[in-house]
Design a protein around this ligand. Structure first.
Ligand code: HBI
Ligand code: FE
Length: 279
């Protein structure tokens, strides 16, 4: 499937801020069935490999209930947990609009679902990735606050031209992050948990680098778009992730990194602290 849902300006049906009606009543039975199949394919993997916070969030939001979630039912549950809500958008939206929504506790959700021919892999983030992958963690207060800070940092980074550095932080935490729980390694990243084979690779492969998160190190490290990551960053808790980002002056990190070449995804750094926890 080609990348089809990227826009330069809001398409018909979308507002100036890129939001649109979810039009839940327009989803077909075939689409609800695809959703149910996607959920059932993930269940075992989530139970074995996902963070407790993710599993708790799935329960709070009842995301495993049959059918595509109706935002009119979903939003009251999410709001009660952390004050966040979801808004439907047509697909991949410009950085500034994306950051503004996050800074105001609105998580943009692509309003289309992958086809029955791409159940195991969707080239584009669709509503299954956005809802099932991202929303559970948005019931976690620390992760939810982290994402507000990320949105605000994004608005500043857009003005400074340093979004690429910041985007790596999102990629290596919100999309591919690992967390240590009760001495065991678990996944909480939405991009990671959307793939059983990448989750097993990230948590168990001896080839993979698993290191403790370090903001400048993360922001300097390039990532893969089209294959498994070679490095994953682990946190001890979501409070730690939030604290780290609150205590780091991103502007001075960007200034330092501007003068340095980026690191390859598989780079080895002497300062890296390897994470020894097993899955
Ligand atoms: N738009 N819908 C959507 N989803 C994203 O994850 C997203 C986006 N626009 C910009 C963006 N992500 C990223 O490039 C920023 O996080 C850097
Ligand atoms: Fe995502």
């Amino acid at each position: 499937m080609a990348i089809l849902h990227v826009f330069d300006s809001p398409p018909p049906g979308a507002n100036a801020d890129w939001t649109m009606d979810q039009n839940w009543d327009d989803f077909t039975q075939a689409e609800h069935d695809i959703w149910d199949e996607l959920v059932s394919r993930k269940a075992k993997m989530i139970a074995s490999y996902a963070s407790e916070a993710f599993v708790a969030g799935l329960g709070i939001l009842e995301l495993s209930k049959p059918g595509i979630p109706d935002f009119r039912e979903l939003n009251p549950k999410l709001r009660a947990a952390t004050g966040w809500e979801v808004v439907a958008v047509p697909g991949f939206i410009p950085n500034d609009a994306f950051f503004k929504h996050l800074s105001e506790k609105r998580f943009p959700v692509a309003n289309f679902l992958r086809g029955a021919d791409s159940l195991d892999y969707s080239e584009e983030p669709d509503m299954f990735h956005d809802l099932f992958g991202h929303l559970p963690m948005l019931t976690n207060p620390a992760l939810a606050d982290f994402l507000v800070n990320y949105g605000n940092a994004g608005l500043r980074a857009e003005a400074m031209g340093t979004t690429d550095f910041l985007a790596r932080l999102y990629l290596y935490t919100v999309e591919f992050g690992l967390v240590i729980e009760h001495g065991r390694l678990r996944g909480y990243g939405a991009g990671l948990l959307s793939s059983l084979s990448e989750t097993e690779h990230a948590l168990t492969s001896p080839e993979v680098r698993r290191i403790y998160v370090d903001v400048p190190r993360v922001m300097r490290t390039q990532y893969h778009f089209d294959r498994f990551q070679e490095v994953y960053f682990a946190i001890d808790s979501f409070d730690e992730l939030l604290r780290l980002t609150e205590e780091t002056d991103f502007a001075s990190v960007y200034a330092r990194l501007e003068g340095l070449p980026p690191l390859e995804p598989g780079a080895d750094c002497p300062q890296d602290i390897r994470c020894e926890a097993a899955c």
